[in-house]
Design a protein around this ligand. Structure first.
Ligand code: C2E
Ligand code: MG
Ligand code: MG
Ligand code: MG
Length: 285
């Protein structure tokens, strides 16, 4: 930022910094208020199994229905929440809401669908993380085997011993563990056989750069091959085109998630087979 602004750079920086600080304080207050006022929403995006064409999971993604700014995406407020520890309350709210909105449906449906929830480092680092999570599930009557938690590689390297204990416990209750944005973190691959990981989510940056013969395709290819060897489930994120879908299929990718099939939607706009006994099939070519 500062670089390239010539000798006035420093002055500009301090000025814009104080503007930013004011802006941030305002935003922080606004977000805290929003949480109380019920302006946050949980949307759900289906993950589709390419073998069956059925939904294998629904990922909970937070949104902010702002009174004046409209519907805000997490990129517009999560970074701030993460800096201010608001992320703890926010993530707890998302988990509770997702369990409440989906719990009884998931418990009663015959379809093999899981709820995927993104976890922040702060939640996982909490000393009573496992306890609290199990309590939540019980409270909302969501069977543990219906939950998949999404964590990132960076969360694992910060404290491998602690996280390994926690994940082993979760796994023993039937909760599944997914590595989100796989391939973009700074960790080694060592943890993959030391931890009870069930799913790798291929980051959308790789999916986006898929064209035959390009680097993205090589990487997706390698990840898929490795996942198969380790018997891990693969979900490719950010699938937008028929070509991407076809290529991922060819590589033997298990499931996909992306705008090609559906964006994240509110609970009551999901095509769930509540009324009819027939599950919803997606056209996977
Ligand atoms: P993520 O967990 O990797 O989620 C996938 C993101 O990709 C979502 O963005 C989703 O809307 C978007 N996406 C899905 N398909 C497509 C597609 O075909 N094209 C494009 N361009 N994007 C697609 P979203 O909802 O904006 O969330 C961004 C990130 O914010 C998430 O990435 C996750 O890291 C974080 N996040 C969202 N909700 C929560 C939450 O409740 N708690 C925590 N801790 N993090 C959350
Ligand atoms: Mg995710
Ligand atoms: Mg991701
Ligand atoms: Mg992401």
């Amino acid at each position: 930022h500062v670089k390239g602004r010539g000798k006035d750079g420093y002055q500009f920086f301090t000025e814009s910094m104080s503007v930013n600080t004011t802006h941030r304080l305002g935003m922080e207050r606004d977000l805290r208020r929003a949480l109380q006022a019920g302006e946050l929403r949980v949307f759900y995006q289906p993950q589709i199994c390419l073998r069956t064409g059925l939904c294998r999971g629904l990922e909970a993604l937070v949104r902010w229905q702002h009174p004046t700014r409209g519907l805000l995406q997490p990129g517009e407020f999560l970074p701030l929440a993460e800096e201010t520890r608001l992320i703890g309350d926010l993530s707890e709210w998302v988990l509770a809401t997702a369990c409440r909105e989906m719990g009884s449906w998931l418990k009663n449906t015959e379809e093999d669908i899981r709820l995927s929830v993104n976890f922040s480092p702060m939640q996982v680092e909490h000393p009573r993380f496992v306890d609290l999570l199990l309590q939540r599930l019980e409270h909302y009557d969501l069977p543990p085997e219906r939950l998949e938690i999404e964590i990132t590689e960076n969360m694992i390297i910060s404290d491998l011993e602690q996280i390994s204990l926690k994940l082993d416990q979760l796994s023993s209750y039937g909760i599944r563990i997914a590595i989100d944005d796989f391939g973009t973190g700074y960790s080694s691959l060592n943890y993959l056989h030391r931890l009870p990981i069930h799913t790798l989510k291929v980051d959308q940056s790789f999916v986006r750069s898929i064209r035959h013969g390009e680097e993205g395709a090589c990487i997706v290819n390698a990840i898929t091959a490795m996942a198969r060897g380790l018997q891990l489930d693969i979900v490719a994120e950010g699938v937008e085109t028929r070509d991407q879908l076809a290529y991922l299929r060819e590589l033997g990718c298990d499931s996909v998630q992306g705008h090609y099939f559906s964006e994240a939607r509110p609970r009551d706009e999901l095509a769930l087979s509540d009324a009819s006994p027939e599950p919803v099939y997606y056209n996977v070519i």
